[in-house]
Design a protein around this ligand. Structure first.
Ligand code: KIV
Length: 385
């Protein structure tokens, strides 16, 4: 279990929203049992906050969140609420048995969303957000506030909302890139700006992946002083999904020393949690997916194979076993493979060929590889006999 310590300037809080925003993936529906099982796995691997759902949505969602709250220990359990009284009451009720409850209050904040969706003025929004943060504080000391669409909103207004909600009792200010619009430099500048206005709060970033920038934006947020990132396992979530848990956590691990930050997440459990979420969500992991994809540590070209056989780090930025890939680095034989990779695979099958027979076998391999995408062990036996 991770040590949740928002006062440690190095600690980046990992807020996992697989069970809330992740469930907003088209076609995904988690049962209460799924939610509890996934939440327990996340807590076990050191995630700090598990966002379990949006209780006001339905009676079954409310009771699923309540089940997560009653079962998870060692991680905070969070429930989402719009800045309206019935949402905050439902979140408070669902979290009644949580060891460490958090209520996450959000409201539209960009002028576009205020005009076309909420039909409220900025002054009204500040008043409702502050009132609902105050009301959430009656249930718990741990209240997060999100001005939705923050990256497209007026910056002065985001600052006013942040200041007002922190004064009302919010302890975390989350800056959502709701439509996945922003670039890393814009995120960094927004984080630094808000951080300067509310230094007493933890600044968080919530990245959506519409432009494929969610991971880069999350790391830029941390570099600019954010100390919470919101992520979902396998990057599932609304539309193109959320910042992927495994990418952001692995990125923070690889760059942790330079950024002077750390998470409490045990990377070795990544593969297991990724497989669990893929199975329960029905959303498969693409082979080329960073960190947890089936091809993430499979090397196909001769130059790369030669390098990893000499020294793994020449073509790998992560140790596959350290992120839960049980098979480890793999040499995949195909038409782009070279002699080094071929010789290694043949030796692994037990053939001890001297130079001339090995060269002959390699030529046979090349002929076959020109007709077949991947040469397997059965092919190698046929080639070497
Ligand atoms: O995308 C978004 O803006 C959200 C907020 C509720 C954080 O999911």
């Amino acid at each position: 279990m991770s040590e949740f310590n928002p006062t440690d300037p190095k600690h980046v809080v990992i807020f996992d929203t697989t069970l809330r925003d992740g469930e907003q993936t088209a076609g995904v529906c988690f049962s209460a049992t799924d939610k509890v099982e996934i939440a327990l796995a996340l807590a076990e691997m050191g995630v700090d906050v598990v966002e379990a759902g949006f209780p006001v949505n339905s009676a079954s969602e409310c009771s699923a969140v309540a089940e997560v709250a009653a079962n998870v220990r060692g991680a905070r359990v969070c429930a989402l609420a719009r800045a309206v009284p019935k949402d905050v009451a439902a979140a408070g009720e669902a979290l009644r048995h949580a060891e460490e409850p958090r209520i996450h209050v959000f409201v539209n904040a960009s002028d576009m969303q205020l005009a076309h969706q909420l039909n409220k003025t900025r002054e009204q929004v500040i008043a409702m957000a502050s009132a609902m943060v105050r009301s959430a504080r009656e249930f718990t000391d741990d209240v997060e506030f999100s001005p939705m669409d923050a990256t497209r909103a007026d910056r002065t207004f985001i600052g006013e909302l942040a200041r007002a909600t922190v004064e009302a009792g919010a302890t975390t200010i989350n800056l959502p890139d709701t439509v996945g619009f922003a670039t890393p430099d814009q995120v960094a500048s927004l984080v630094a700006f808000v951080r300067g206005l509310v230094p007493e709060a933890v600044i968080s970033f919530h990245g959506q992946d519409d432009l494929g920038l969610a991971t880069a934006n999350s790391l830029a947020a941390v570099a600019a002083g954010a100390r919470q990132v919101e992520v979902a396992v396998n990057g599932i979530g609304e539309r193109a999904g959320n910042a992927a848990f495994e990418e952001v956590v692995a990125g923070l691990s690889v760059h942790g020393e330079r950024l002077d930050v750390a998470t409490g997440v045990e990377l070795r459990d990544m593969g297991r949690v990724s497989a669990l979420v893929a199975e329960r969500s029905g959303v498969g992991v693409p082979p080329n997916k960073a960190v947890v994809g089936g091809n993430a540590f499979r090397h196909a070209s001769g130059i790369h194979q030669d390098g990893v056989l000499k020294q793994r780090e020449t073509y790998e930025v992560l140790d596959p076993e350290a992120v839960g890939h049980t098979v480890g680095t793999q040499i995949v034989l195909g038409k782009l493979s070279g002699r080094g990779g071929f010789a290694q695979r043949v030796a692994a099958l037990g053939y001890r060929l001297s130079e001339a027979p090995l060269e002959k076998a390699f030529r046979r391999f090349q002929v076959l590889a020109a007709t077949k995408p991947e040469i397997d062990d059965a092919d190698l036996h046929a080639i070497c006999q």
